[in-house]
Design a protein around this ligand. Structure first.
Ligand code: IPE
Ligand code: IPE
Ligand code: MG
Length: 231
C-alpha cells in the first residue's frame, strides 16, 4: 500500500555542509534539490499529499543571514518550479504563520496557491513559520470566537470540527512521518495530525535523501501493523 499522505521533517542540511567544510547555506541549497526529487518521486509513487517541514516557528532564532537565505531559496524554488506544478497538476500550499512572512515572498506563495488550487494529482504542503502548538492554539481561539458569536455550541465541538480549524483542513492525516538525520523527536511538527502516523527515522541527511530512500521508507511502512488501538 502506498501511504496517502507522507510528512517529512527535512533535517540535516547543516551537518551535510559541515561534513564537506562548506557553509551551512550550501546544505540548504542542496536540500532544495532533494525537495525537487521527492516531489517527483511522490508523484511517481502516487502519493496524494506530501507535507514538508521547511521552517519552524523556532527557526526564527537562527542567524539573520541563514533565515534570509532560506526564504530566498524558497522564492527561487517557486520561480523555477511553478512550471512543474502546472505541468504535473500539483497543488501548492503553505501552512504556518503567514503574517510573519515577508510581503513579496508571501505574494509569490499566494499566487502559486491560487493558480494550483484545482490540481489534485498531488498536494504539496510546505510548513513555513510552522509550529504545531501555535496551530492548535489558533484553532482553539477560532472555536472560542465562533462559540462567543453564537455560530457554534461548545458541546458540538468534536475532532472533525477541530481539525477543520487547522491549517490542514480538508486533508487526511499523515500515514507516514519521516525524519532524516537520525533525531528521534517531532520538533513541534503536526502534533494533532500525527496521532496515528507511522514514524520512520533514517540516518540519511536530507540533502542525500532520494527516491530510493523514499521507497525504502514506504517499504518499511508496509511492514508495520497499524492496529489503531483496536486489537
Ligand atoms: C534542516 O537542516 C533545515 C532547517 C531546519 C531549516 P538543519 O539546518 O537543521 O541541519 P542540522 O540539523 O544543523 O544538520
Ligand atoms: C526541525 O528541524 C525543523 C525543520 C526541519 C524545518 P530543527 O533542526 O530545527 O529541529 P531540532 O532543533 O533538531 O529540534
Ligand atoms: Mg536540524
Amino acid at each position: 500500500m502506498i501511504p496517502k499522505h507522507i510528512a517529512i521533517i527535512m533535517d540535516g542540511n547543516g551537518r551535510w555542509a559541515e561534513a564537506r567544510g562548506l557553509p551551512k547555506v550550501m546544505g540548504h541549497k542542496q536540500g532544495v534539490e532533494s525537495v525537487r526529487r521527492i516531489v517527483k518521486a511522490c508523484l511517481n509513487a502516487e502519493v496524494k499529499y506530501l507535507t514538508l517541514y521547511a521552517f519552524s516557528t523556532e527557526n526564527w532564532a537562527r542567524p539573520d543571514h541563514e533565515v534570509k537565505a532560506l526564504f530566498q531559496l524558497l522564492e527561487n524554488f517557486i520561480d523555477t518550479e511553478f512550471k512543474l506544478f502546472h505541468d504535473k497538476g500539483i497543488r501548492f500550499c503553505v501552512i504556518g504563520e503567514r503574517h510573519k512572512i515577508q510581503k513579496d515572498v508571501l505574494k509569490k506563495i499566494e499566487n502559486l496557491e491560487k493558480d494550483t488550487l484545482r490540481y489534485n494529482n498531488l498536494t504539496v504542503n510546505i510548513a513555513l513559520s510552522y509550529g504545531a502548538r501555535q496551530e492548535i492554539l489558533n484553532a482553539a481561539k477560532k472555536l472560542a470566537e465562533e462559540v462567543k458569536d453564537g455560530k457554534l455550541k461548545s458541546q458540538e465541538i468534536d475532532e472533525n470540527i477541530f481539525s477543520e480549524r487547522l491549517y490542514t483542513a480538508g486533508q487526511p492525516d499523515p500515514d507516514l512521518l519521516i525524519r532524516t538525520s537520525g533525531e528521534m523527536r517531532v520538533s513541534n511538527f503536526l502534533l494533532w495530525q500525527i496521532s496515528y502516523a507511522e514514524f520512520y527515522v533514517t540516518e540519511t541527511l536530507w540533502p542525500d535523501f532520494d527516491e530510493n530512500e523514499l521507497n525504502k521508507a514506504i517499504e518499511e511502512y508496509n511492514k508495520r501493523d497499524r492496529r489503531f488501538g483496536g486489537r
